[in-house]
Design a protein around this ligand. Structure first.
Ligand SMILES: *[C@@H]1O[C@H](CO)[C@@H](O)[C@H](O)[C@H]1NC(C)=O
Ligand SMILES: *[C@@H]1O[C@H](CO)[C@@H](O)[C@H](O)[C@H]1NC(C)=O
Ligand SMILES: *[C@@H]1O[C@H](CO)[C@@H](O)[C@H](O)[C@H]1NC(C)=O
Ligand SMILES: *[C@@H]1O[C@H](CO)[C@@H](O)[C@H](O)[C@H]1NC(C)=O
Ligand SMILES: *[C@@H]1O[C@H](CO)[C@@H](O)[C@H](O)[C@H]1NC(C)=O
Length: 477
């Protein structure tokens, strides 16, 4: 093979191995706290290099790139992923103590709250899913729990923002179809509204259970219970604790779409762990936590290495969203050990094997980051970089690696144990945009074409049992 025909990443690897002892990729020593923090710092830097929202002329809180369309799936990052990324940067600060990015994170979190401080900014109306809103709400909740620096007094506070999201979504619980549940999309005029799914209900369950622990207010726990009960009643959580993707509300939520995503499993694991903690270690929530953990490990950790089984096999069919799911899988598993310490050993074991594999996979040199250390997603491939790079892959590698510090990190705060974030139980209530959203742009012909494709796909999947995997999770966002 001629040197010039060697693919660039391979060329870098070869060059480094032929010329001297230069180390390829990222070296991680899990027995050293310093090593874990250094690696997390490197990956945080690389991840944040994609974020331009703090530069002049840019919009704080948005990741760059044109919105993805059915034609160009991986063209850019959706709004929700930026909210998720800020949450991962709060984790980064929690695990490492490095406050370098805190101001940038706060700026983005506070710029996107929307006019009613419930993460429904009008610019995002045309693609707003309840799950999208939840990802920002969960990051606000994380800020309250971790004691992330409070916003200035004239700005909305972290706890109140999470309560705003909770209140808006509690008002959208819909008993008229499927006996309950939340729709996927936030507004009835959006395509995808007639889909009730695991992630939309999981976001609500997750926030409700965490608010119950943080505030001690039983209303939140009752909502969490009701959501879990609904999920099991329609079979989206089955008796083996598999979490299935969703079902059409037009057909009374039957049949269900039997596809599994790692973040769905983990969002329920973390919520269940909070309910276990809230109920002071009740047997019923212990059983659910155990069951959900076992299913999570069985489904998503073959050989102990996290694997996004719906799309990761070569050739990868992961959408830009799916490339980030392992970040939430691993961060939520780690966080669950704080609420339900009895699962610690089982969680740490797979976080260790996965972190080691993830660090090896950080060996890429894509054209936009030719540094020999960009992370792929296919951790099972060892040091042979899978050829992909981006925010999701960096976030996933950072979370799984820094999560190995969970044992020595402080317990999340509650209002009773030093949490200082101010709440507002009525936040978000009366937000008229939830019924008559403002800022709705006229639907263009292109939107209609895209929407038609989505409708056709959803119909085909639900009626015909076509492979769901061919449909990007967030085609419309
Ligand atoms: C924007 O944030 C990055 C870190 O992500 C930092 O290096 C840079 O200095 C910031 N720029 C401005 C103008 O704040
Ligand atoms: C909404 O879009 C306008 C126009 O692009 C922009 O100026 C504004 O900053 C955006 N607001 C948010 C919250 O993203
Ligand atoms: C929906 O039904 C549940 C019981 O399944 C009940 O607890 C709840 O109050 C009902 N909600 C509304 C808005 O009717
Ligand atoms: C508890 O939460 C519920 C639901 O959000 C709210 O209506 C109520 O005011 C809260 N109670 C207290 C004491 O904060
Ligand atoms: C609840 O969480 C706290 C904080 O992490 C922990 O100390 C406590 O042991 C947990 N309770 C139970 C019943 O496990």
């Amino acid at each position: 093979m001629a040197w010039f025909s060697v693919p660039r990443p391979l060329a870098v690897l070869l060059a480094l191995s032929l010329f001297g002892d230069a180390v390829v990729g990222i070296q991680l020593d899990l027995t050293s706290e310093t090593s874990i923090k250094q690696v997390a710092s490197t990956i945080a830097f690389d991840m944040m290099s994609y974020y331009k929202g703090n530069l002049s002329g840019q919009t704080p809180g948005l990741l760059p790139g044109p919105p993805a369309t059915p034609q160009i799936q991986n063209a850019g990052y959706f709004w929700w992923e930026a909210g998720a990324m800020f949450g991962s940067m709060m984790d980064y600060w929690y695990y490492t103590g490095d406050a370098t990015y805190n101001a940038v994170v706060s700026q983005g979190m506070l710029f996107q709250t929307g006019d009613n401080d419930d993460y429904l900014p009008t610019n995002q109306t045309n693609g707003m899913g309840n799950d999208d809103q939840s990802f920002w709400g969960m990051s606000a909740m994380t800020a309250a729990e971790l004691g992330f620096p409070n916003p200035p007094a004239d700005k909305p506070q972290w706890l109140a923002l999470a309560q705003g999201v909770y209140n808006v979504q509690a008002g959208k619980w819909d008993n008229t179809t499927c006996n309950g549940g939340l729709h996927w999309q936030a507004f009835s005029f959006l395509n995808g509204y007639n889909y009730k799914n695991a992630i939309a209900n999981g976001g609500f369950f997750n926030i409700a259970s965490r608010l119950a622990v943080y505030t001690g207010n039983d209303s939140y726990a009752q909502s969490a219970e009701r959501t879990w009960d609904w999920m099991t009643s329609v079979g989206l959580i089955d008796e083996d604790y598999n979490v299935w993707d969703g079902a059409s509300s037009l057909t009374n939520c039957t049949p269900i779409v039997r596809e599994q995503y790692s973040y769905n499993s983990a969002i329920y694991l973390l919520g269940a762990a909070h309910m276990y903690n809230y109920t002071k270690g009740s047997a019923i929530w212990q059983t659910r936590v155990e069951g959900m953990l076992t299913a999570t490990i069985t489904n998503f950790f073959p050989n102990g290495i996290a694997y996004e089984k719906i799309c990761e096999a070569k050739p990868s069919t992961c959408t830009i969203d799916m490339l980030s799911f392992k970040a939430y899988l691993t961060r939520w598993m780690a966080a669950a050990t704080k609420q339900a310490p009895f699962i610690f050993d089982r969680v740490l074991a797979v976080l260790q094997t996965s972190a080691t594999a993830a660090a090896l996979q950080c060996s890429g040199s894509p054209a936009d980051h030719p540094n020999g250390r960009m992370c792929g997603l296919s951790w099972s491939l060892g040091a042979a970089w899978d050829g992909t790079s981006g925010v999701g892959q960096e976030m996933a590698a950072m979370e799984v690696i820094q999560s190995n510090l969970i044992q020595q990190s402080k317990a999340p705060l509650t209002a009773n144990t030093g949490g200082t974030s101010s709440g507002d139980p009525n936040a978000g209530i009366g937000d008229t945009s939830t019924t008559t959203p403002g800022g709705v742009k006229p639907i263009t012909t292109a939107d209609r074409a895209g929407a038609g494709i989505l409708t056709a796909l959803v119909a085909a999947v639900i009626l015909g049992g076509l492979a769901w995997v061919s449909m990007p999770e967030k085609i419309l966002s």
